[in-house]
Design a protein. Structure first.
Length: 168
């Protein structure tokens, strides 16, 4: 029972954060919920080992990233999602002026760049922590991050101009 209680407490504290990370990784509310369910199932199975190792959050993030990659490779996941106007964006607590534009720009990034941006800037991990989560070198994180931020800048600047904004 102690195992279940510990796991339930962890899920109660981290579920919202895991949902947000999953949503930023895949860009779809329903896929994000599926990713979180998959991650929690895998985390529960490995709970005693992960708990002893001590870094449960890193393990959970890694499961989300790997599950997202696995799901994107499945052919039925390449279909277009739901009905337009019916699938609404998640209600987020963080203050972004236009979440839809940001999420679309983030979703247009290659998966590796998207993972780096989410872990570095949304989760707030250091370069080394991100590299450890993604099982790559810190230099890879830095280069992916640089490319991703440049691409996001281009996309968001173009979007800003398209709606009549001016450069500062």
């Amino acid at each position: 029972m102690a195992r279940d209680d510990e796991f339930s407490e962890y899920v109660g504290q981290r579920r919202t954060q895991l949902r947000r990370i999953a949503y930023l990784l895949c860009g779809d509310v329903h896929k994000a919920e599926d990713l979180v369910q998959t991650a929690l199932l895998k985390l529960y199975v490995a709970w005693p080992k992960v708990r002893r190792a001590g870094n449960v959050d890193a393990y959970a993030r890694r499961i989300l990233v790997n599950s997202g990659i696995d799901e994107s490779r499945r052919p039925w996941r390449r279909e277009a999602p739901g009905l337009d106007g019916v699938d609404v964006l998640m209600d987020e607590d963080f203050g972004v002026e236009d979440r839809r534009v940001l999420i679309e720009a983030l979703a247009s990034l290659p998966i590796g760049q998207r993972q780096v941006v989410v872990l570095r800037y949304f989760v707030g991990l250091s370069v080394e922590e991100t590299a450890a989560d993604l099982h790559c070198k810190p230099g890879t994180v830095k280069s992916q991050c640089s490319r991703a931020l440049a691409r996001l800048n281009d996309l968001l600047t173009a979007q800003f101009r398209a709606v009549g904004g001016t450069d500062r």
